[in-house]
Design a protein. Sequence first.
Length: 129
Amino acid sequence: MSLSAKALMLQKPTNTVDNLLIKSGSDKVWARSYSPITNYKSHAIIGQHGNYYDDFEGSFLGIQHDDAQRFSEPAFPLNKRHWQLDSEADCENWFNTEIANVELSAWRNYLPLMQTSMGLLELWCGYTK
């Protein structure tokens, strides 16, 4: 069943995940040089009954004129699957499948993007380096 890209983006991932809570054995020395984040804004509140509510809209740019076109693009829900997060690569694959693929459907006809093997998104202009 086809939905709009906007409808899919507003849904949370529905596929089940087993997070084994395994810590990475890799030591990312380069990350030590980054200063800790000290100035942040929380977009979550705890409601009266202990429920968490999030609001990320204030963090994003406003809707642009071409966003309505992208939001109306047809998109299909993801295939059903069960995830087991056992490594960093598993988390990367989960994100690329459950989050990025849903977003990319909105870019199908309007300024297409190309995902490189490094997981980076680049504008696809029809040429190669």
